[in-house]
Design a protein around this ligand. Structure first.
Ligand SMILES: NC(=O)C1=CN([C@@H]2O[C@H](COP(=O)(O)OP(=O)(O)OC[C@H]3O[C@@H](n4cnc5c(N)ncnc54)[C@H](OP(=O)(O)O)[C@@H]3O)[C@@H](O)[C@H]2O)C=CC1
Ligand SMILES: O=C(CO)COP(=O)(O)O
Length: 324
């Protein structure tokens, strides 16, 4: 199949490699001259150092030419850029596959909702689950879900799967996209624990209580329990809260060590979606009156500069209650 990848960061580049190995004809869009030249030479050291990319992957500058006449358009850009970028795409016949995991700050919307706003009823699929680009690009096995309408996601399942990348289908699009977005906020909290002390008990308790908050939120908005207990839910929560590769966990770790958010983001260069989704999530659960104390503390540490150690103390000092 002919596939256009929009975004040549770490996940876009890893996906380009995977799809090219799967036998597809892959173009990848970038606005950066260095990235363009590097991909021509079979690598992308800015975003995916140490990985050889097939020379058959064609870097592109022109967005119109990138998406012209392709069967699948893979959106590998940050959530906050999604609306602006998809609004410029003229091909409305391809299947749109979103890799982005976040909520738009100004509307609180999911990626499928943004795409519907901008492009109307196009064929759509969200890909989500435990999938750090650094491991996928090294062919290290993982399993993820393709979510959306049955006949669309079955095409994506077939074309994206291989021996180290097993794609399941899941028709609960809302649950899948909500889980993928909110887990990043909890990965920041998990990183804070690493930065303060690397405490194992605390982290296990945090991940468990995070799952309770995610369940409350996702189910209240119409997502399914089975999704929360699946790859896009607990699967991605575990990897993002514990992996050395997670950018969200990294942001939390350096906050725990006392660095400012501004400096951490300047040094990181790649997107840590949880920083932005923390704000959209906060607005949303306040409006819906859903109790999410950990997410609330992450928001306050990021945006009201409260001390992370005091945030942990406050969480521990809340009124005692039953677990369920
Ligand atoms: N990395 C991973 O392991 C995974 C990432 N994801 C999700 O995939 C999405 C993309 O992540 P990832 O590839 O890691 O991000 P990176 O930060 O590595 O790359 C982002 C890419 O998007 C481009 N971009 C950024 N802003 C804009 C904009 N306003 N207009 C056009 N292009 C833009 C960047 O281009 P430029 O270089 O010009 O800034 C870059 O090519 C995120 O939602 C992330 O949560 C999901 C699963 C795994
Ligand atoms: O979603 C991811 C892995 O599944 C990537 O997480 P980070 O953005 O925190 O690196």
């Amino acid at each position: 199949m002919k596939i256009a990848i929009i975004g040549s960061g770490s996940w876009g580049s890893a996906m380009a490699k995977l799809l090219s190995i799967n036998g597809h004809n892959v173009k990848i869009w970038t606005t950066d001259k260095n990235v363009y030249n590097n991909i021509l030479n079979g690598e992308n050291p800015t975003y995916l150092p140490g990985i050889s990319l097939p020379k058959s992957i064609k870097p592109m500058f022109d967005l119109d030419k990138t998406v012209e006449d392709v069967d699948i358009i893979v959106l590998a850009i940050p959530s906050q850029a999604m609306r602006e970028v998809v609004a410029k795409i003229k091909n409305r016949n391809a299947i749109f596959v979103s890799l982005a995991k976040g909520l738009e700050i100004k509307t609180g919307k999911l990626m499928n909702e943004i795409i519907k706003d901008e492009l109307g009823n196009v064929k759509y699929c969200a890909l989500s689950g435990p999938s750090h680009a650094e491991e996928v690009a090294r062919d290290i096995p993982t399993s993820i879900v393709a979510s959306g309408e049955k006949k669309v996601v079955e095409i994506i399942q077939k074309e994206f799967s291989n021996v180290s990348f097993r794609v399941y289908t899941n028709e609960d699009l809302k649950g899948v996209e909500l889980c993928g977005a909110v887990k990043n906020v909890y990965a920041i909290a998990s990183g804070v624990i690493d930065g303060i002390g690397g405490w194992d008990n605390t982290k296990a308790a945090l991940i468990t209580r995070s799952l309770v908050e995610i369940s409350r939120f996702v189910e209240a908005l119409g997502g399914k329990k089975e999704t929360i207990m699946g790859l896009a839910g607990i699967g991605d929560l575990i990897v993002t809260c514990t992996s050395q590769h997670s950018r969200n966990r990294h942001v939390g770790e350096f906050i725990g060590k006392g660095y400012s958010l501004e400096n951490i983001l300047n040094d990181l260069k790649m997107v840590a979606e949880g920083v932005y989704t923390a704000k959209a999530l906060y607005n949303n659960f306040k409006k819906e009156q859903i109790e999410m104390p950990i997410a609330e503390k992450v928001y306050k540490v990021l945006y009201e500069k409260i001390n992370p150690k005091e945030a942990i103390e406050d969480l521990m000092n809340r009124k005692l209650k039953s677990e369920n």
